[in-house]
Structure formats: structure tokens, C-alpha cells
Design a protein around this ligand. Structure first.
Ligand code: THU
Length: 115
């Protein structure tokens, strides 16, 4: 979160990803003057893990925090990417009134798979 590049929203996000093999990877959001090119903290952590470990990377859990301590569950795009590399992953995030722990399949029912 401290490394986030968020000059536009000022909303700094951090993600900590635990692989099924017990390795930890961190990510932050990285914004862009062309707003749509922004990468969320969750996807930064996932892409970093895959870049280091290779295509067999499996996510066991991923936790998300933000510098404003407000509710912040992963966006739809990140849910699909979490699902891809961890269909049984558990996601930790701040909900409306408490910290939450939810399986990705509950956050993203019927996630897309390419057969
Ligand atoms: N953002 C994340 O990094 N993760 C989330 O789960 C929600 C949103 C970022 C994207 C953008 O840089 C900023 O938060 C405001 O949307």
C-alpha cells in the first residue's frame, strides 16, 4: 500500500497474496493519466506472483487493505483474475462494518472458465 502510485484518486491500496506453496507476494495499485490503464493492487500481486513462479501459480488467499480504512472488496475484473489462479482462494477485505473473509466463488458466482 505504501508503494501505491495513486496521484489521481489518492486512494492507496495494497494486496498480500499467499500461494498454495506458502509464498507471499505483495501488490499495490498503479494509476495512469489514461485512467483505464490503472492496475489494481490485487492484479499487481497476482501478476507479480505469476511472473516469479510461472503459470502453475495457485492462490490460497489474498488480503486487501487501503489507506483510508474504508470498505474495499475486489473489483469485478480482479475477482475474475483471482478466480483464474485460485478458484478456491479465500479473500480478506474490509466490509461495510467488519473485516470479511469470503471464498472467491462466493464473491464471483459462475466465474468464467475457458474450456
Ligand atoms: N483499487 C484497487 O487497487 N483495488 C480494489 O479492490 C479497488 C480499487 C484502486 C484502483 C484505483 O487506483 C483506486 O483504487 C480507486 O479506484
Amino acid at each position: 500500500m505504501k508503494n501505491a502510485y495513486a496521484p489521481y484518486s489518492k486512494f492507496k491500496v495494497g494486496a498480500a497474496l499467499l500461494t498454495t506453496s506458502g509464498k507471499l507476494f505483495l501488490g499495490c495499485n498503479i494509476e495512469n493519466a489514461s485512467y483505464g490503464m490503472t492496475n489494481c493492487a490485487e492484479r499487481t500481486a497476482i501478476f507479480s506472483a505469476v511472473a516469479q513462479l510461472g503459470p502453475k501459480t495457485k492462490i490460497r488467499a489474498i488480503a486487501v487493505v487501503n489507506n483510508q480504512n474504508v470498505p474495499c472488496s475486489p473489483c469485478g475484473a480482479c475477482r475474475q483474475v483471482i478466480f483464474q489462479f485460485g478458484p478456491e482462494a479465500v479473500v480478506f477485505f474490509r466490509g461495510a462494518s467488519e473485516w470479511k473473509e469470503m471464498p472467491i466463488a462466493e464473491l464471483l458466482p459462475e466465474g468464467f472458465r475457458l474450456q
